[in-house]
Design a protein around this ligand. Sequence first.
Ligand code: SAM
Length: 289
Amino acid sequence: MPEPSRPAGDSLPVEIDTNVPHEARVYDYWLGGKDNFAADRALGDAIAEQIPTIRTMALANRAFVGRAVRYLVKEAGIRQFLDIGTGIPTHGNVHEVAQAIAPDARVVYVDNDPIVLAHARALMTSTPEGKTRYIHADLRDPRSILDDPAVADTLDLDQPVGINLVAIMMYFRDEDRPLEIISTLLDAVPSGSYLTISHPTADFAPDAMAGVVAAAEQSGISFQPRSRAEVEELLVGLEVVDPGIVPVLAWRPDLVGDAADATVTSLRPDQPAPDPESAYYWAGVGRKN
Ligand SMILES: C[S@@+](CC[C@H](N)C(=O)[O-])C[C@H]1O[C@@H](n2cnc3c(N)ncnc32)[C@H](O)[C@@H]1O
């Protein structure tokens, strides 16, 4: 089993500071995971006071990852993924969803949280025909991801790639130049590649989202919700596939996977469809032509 790639030098911390909340662990807490600490739970609870349904929303976002990957493998023929801002391994990791349909699928995972690095082995459970690797790197330096040997070793950048930026771009303010970062990634992959995005928004519940921003920033986490038009800008130059940029719950609910997915999204066929705007995320998938 290959070792996860670590950053060159010691530019990116690999020590885990449990006294400071971190995005990956707060999200893990909402998803019902065990890899979180008191500081993460305190921030998770503070945000839940603003948005009592935040746990359901996190699960809805997570289920979108599965549906988008299922779409890309089944309908778009994608066989390789670059999943950036992977999070702590959980139900329906990208390679598990992809390889259940195409056992030869290959995935490179990327995150900057040392605790995700610590759990990276759970992301290395590839089928024999496929391959998975993990890179401990920061999306703020997209070249450090693209130039990591694990990318060349795992992905064929002459073939289409599915790039996932799911629930990560909100940590990038406009002054962090998110569009430049996305362009650098897209320039490295051929036409026929896809970009999958989900993004928290204040469009559906402005007051609640203002409270989330305040709680995150009090804890030192930069958090910028974006409007639909701003999310559309992140997909600029791409052909947005059907059904377009829509509330995360409304993105291809027909692609729901196993029973666990169905439970978390309340998308079971025997249940009334949830109000799509009850999860405050926009979601979309764009194709590079
Ligand atoms: C909310 S989680 C999303 C996890 C997964 N993509 C999903 O949607 O289920 C965001 C993840 O992005 C990671 N992250 C945040 N900023 C990052 C950065 N600058 N570079 C790499 N990863 C980052 C966090 O550590 C966390 O694991």
